[in-house]
Design a binder for this molecule. Structure first.
Ligand SMILES: Cc1ncc(COP(=O)(O)O)c(C=O)c1O
Length: 392
């Protein structure tokens, strides 16, 4: 096992080693986290709507835990499929205005399972260069050809679609909001290219579900494109504040996935208590418009303040706000200084982001107040000046 030590040393020398670090919730303060005994403003979580500590969700989980027990005991195709699953899937399909829905254990398994089920040898998957790792891994597992197009470059995608026009099945897959940049996919153009080349279109709404759309349905709904997308995927681990994932689409799609999606077939069903928690969260996500409104305006305020302070915040307009730093070590130092100033925000480095684009990824929550964010911007600006990331 010596090779591991050696390669770990190399990672450490390049400021690329990753560490686990304990964090915990702060009672009654959903926008904060405890780390190393200190309370920090949490600008690193994906609990966008501030629902993870919501009493209605906790109570639903607790009640079901007491009646149904800890685990589901088997795959959904064996004895793990309890009635609340079906009820949740009906509610999800109604929410998304789709024919059917299917719950997966998490977003990683949903993406890897769906892509493997839709494409195989002889097929091609067109995937944005900045898509999430679970999409990339799904493509690798599918054994289909991976046609990676430059980020949001529709001309490049078109060239690749043309090149592969005679392939058996073609699947275009994209994040709706890119997780490390916070910018939007060009969904309208993707829809028209899908029609032009007879491809399927899959959209991952992990960072847009709950946030966009009248009832939090996601960016496809916000843009009126919900009927143009063949596979609509999202997670319950971010805006919903729980855990798990969903896929919505036609009845045929869901029937196919039940038969072909390996992570669904060969893995134990989510515990029933989680299903109860997700159902409680779905009701809140649909009803609590104020959370979406507050989150989106917080995102705009925070982004424009950091931009005005001289930071490179990319081109997005979502509640994910990157501060691009470039150098890995400098990004790590920035993150440590933030912690010293009472802010939790992590340094994201390659391979999660391309070489030379290490960054601090700030992610906001409806739980943050304007004052907290304004104060945070002042502290971030001071650190930026101290480390030479921005000039006076
Ligand atoms: C775009 C995207 N898709 C999928 C996932 C995986 O979701 P989950 O955390 O539920 O496994 C993530 C999570 O980080 C993500 O950012």
């Amino acid at each position: 096992m010596n090779w591991m030590e050696k390669e770990l040393e190399q990672l450490a020398d390049a400021s690329l080693e990753r560490f686990l670090c304990d964090s915990g919730p702060v009672p009654d303060c959903p926008g904060y986290t405890v780390r190393g005994g200190r309370v920090l403003l949490n600008l690193a979580s994906n609990d966008y709507l501030g629902l993870a500590q919501h009493p209605a969700i906790i109570e639903a989980i607790r009640e079901t835990l007491l009646t149904e027990g800890g685990g589901s005991g088997a795959s959904r195709l064996v004895t793990g499929n309890r009635p609340p699953y079906g009820r949740l899937e009906e509610a999800l399909a109604a929410w998304q205005n789709s024919e059917a829905a299917l719950v997966f254990a998490n977003g990683y398994m949903a993406n890897s399972g769906v892509i493997q089920a839709l494409a195989g040898r002889g097929d091609v998957v067109f995937s944005d260069q900045l898509n999430h790792a679970s999409i990339v891994d799904g493509i690798i597992l599918s054994r289909a050809e991976h046609a990676r197009y430059r980020h949001n470059d529709m001309e490049h995608l078109k060239v690749l679609l043309h090149k592969h026009r005679d392939k058996r099945r073609k699947l275009i897959v994209t994040d709706a909001i890119f997780s490390m940049d916070g910018d939007q996919a060009r969904l309208r153009e993707l829809v028209s290219l899908k029609h032009e080349y007879g491809a399927m279109l899959m959209v991952d709404e992990a960072h847009s579900g709950g946030i966009y759309g009248e009832r939090g349905e996601g960016l496809c709904h916000e843009l009126g494109l919900q009927n143009e997308v063949d596979v609509h995927m999202g997670t319950f681990s971010k805006s919903f504040g729980v855990y798990g994932a969903y896929v919505c689409g036609s009845r045929t799609l869901i029937r196919w996935l039940i038969n072909k999606a390996r992570p669904l077939i060969y893995s134990t069903a989510l515990p029933p208590s989680f299903i109860a928690g997700i159902s409680a969260s779905l009701a809140l996500v649909q009803a609590d418009h104020w959370r979406r409104e507050r989150l989106l305006s917080a995102g705009q305020l925070f982004r424009s303040s950091l931009f005005a302070a001289g930071f490179d915040v990319g081109s997005g307009d979502s509640p994910i706000v990157p501060v691009i730093i470039g150098d890995n070590d400098l990004a790590l130092r920035f993150s440590k200084e933030l912690e010293g100033e009472g802010i939790a925000a992590v340094a994201i480095r390659p391979p999660t982001v391309p070489e030379g684009t290490a960054r601090i990824r700030f992610s906001l929550s409806a739980a943050h107040t304007e004052k907290e964010l304004n104060d945070a911007v002042v502290r971030i600006h001071h650190i930026g000046l101290r480390l030479g990331v921005v000039s006076p």
